[in-house]
Design a protein around this ligand. Sequence first.
Ligand code: NG1
Ligand code: ZN
Length: 545
Amino acid sequence: SLILNSSSQYPLPQGVKLSYGTAGFRADASILESTVFRVGILAALRSLKTQSLTGLMITASHNKVNDNGVKIADPSGGMLTQEWEPFADAIANSPTPQHLVQLIDEFVKKENIRFDGVRSAEILLGRDTRPSGESLLEAAKQGVYSIVGATATDMGILTTPQLHWMVRARNKGMKATELDYFEQLSSSFRCLVDLTPNQIKMNNTDDKLVVDGANGVGGEKLEVLKKMLNSMVIEVRNSGKEGGVLNEGVGADYVQKEKVVPQGFYLKDAGIRCASLDGDADRLVYFSVQSNNASNIDLVDGDKILSLFALFIKEQLSILKMEGDNHVDENYEARLGVVQTAYANGASTDYLKQLGLEVVFTPTGVKYLHEKAAEYDIGIYFEANGHGTILFSEGFLSWLDARNNELSKSKGSEQQKAALRLLAVSNLINQAVGDALSGLLLVEAILQYKGWSIHNWSELYHDLPSRQLKVKVVDRTAVVTANAETVVVRPPLIQEAINVEVAKYPRGRSFIRPSGTEDVIRVYAEASIQEAADSLANSVAKLAD
Ligand code: NG1
Ligand code: ZN
């Protein structure tokens, strides 16, 4: 067969064992060719099964430049369905071409995948700026082509969220080139800004936004996007063109975990609104350099982006509800939900609850948060590390459309503006997956609307001091958690011991969980002062050892 022939050109290196994990396959780029080839096959099978377009992205996000990785975008634009992950693992680790063909045959039968369907397989391919990306993309193509009739379209160098956006748009029958993406983002951003009440002007330094591009793909895309936004001053640093190394001392992961300024930022930037993207631009955090110490930052993380979004959406929903005109659908109660993980700072959760919002928790990993958020009319999710987005239900959007038409009779009313703002948000925000570029534009539009500096925003609430540690273990699967990873159920007695430690500290909270991407147990602790958070984390880490 075709698969037998081509797979013999991509043998599995000795001793390699990979797992699809929470972010696809990731490893040193030198051992990934056979994996990417096989994921090409997988993407084509997924396309046949769903009779829709799928995507394949080559990236290792915030990991070091020599690493790379591969993941699939499902027809919805989201992550690969969890039901197919075991098959992904099985084919990635299959030792011989014969074994691989046999696995595929069995799976095709079990899933009832037909090769004579109306549509043949169609896959969009993308990659980030890593030097290994080009040859890995070739391996992906060969994988796709080993399925009869399958076509692969190379979309070139993209951010991860761009590729997911394209897959989602294409399957909705919309135009989905990179230019379409930029046009949708920039036009909905302009629309939001035009709806800002009497354009509160800020002083010059505050008007400027400086963005750390992590020396990756995000910076170069932002350079293109910013030309389409005339109302904003954006300066991009660490765009990768200045010779810096991808993710080295730069980027959202570094800034959020180390809480220090990235390379290329100095004391002279104190007080200016700064943002940091990760290597494939699906994470976003904001920060400002402190005036007393150039390496200190005031971090505005994913939790605070979430809080800003939730506050804005809630405000617009209540404007919509004002001064009813007895329209039948007027009392539509939009279900607004906020989704966090155990890593969310306790102060953010308090803030959101005090706003009267419904806050729910899921385990770590975008696929879990996304799935939960999709249960609401408007579901907002974010990981503290800056990955998140807003999902709107079809039902709510069509109600909103109708409401907007109704309200356009009273053109210019506050209610109509609120409807238009919410519609603009639904077009601006990337509903396929967390997207640093679309998230950044929404943050900027909301700050303009509120006339807020980054300092005003940061003051929404004060983060509780926290500490994260990791403990190397032989077998991380020995730790089993429940209740969105907040409670350890195995090994026995550990949870009681954690409870005893936590009780010693005012506002203490701590949990442990096995990492989904590294061979470690992660420890998180927070408390009312930094020393207490550190000490709590240390004692809990000893229990995990
Ligand atoms: P693990 O290694 O399971 O903690 C990390 C991040 C996740 C997510 C994944 C995928 C933390 C604590 N964990 O997962 O949020 O981003 O990587 O990349 O940041
Ligand atoms: Zn990323």
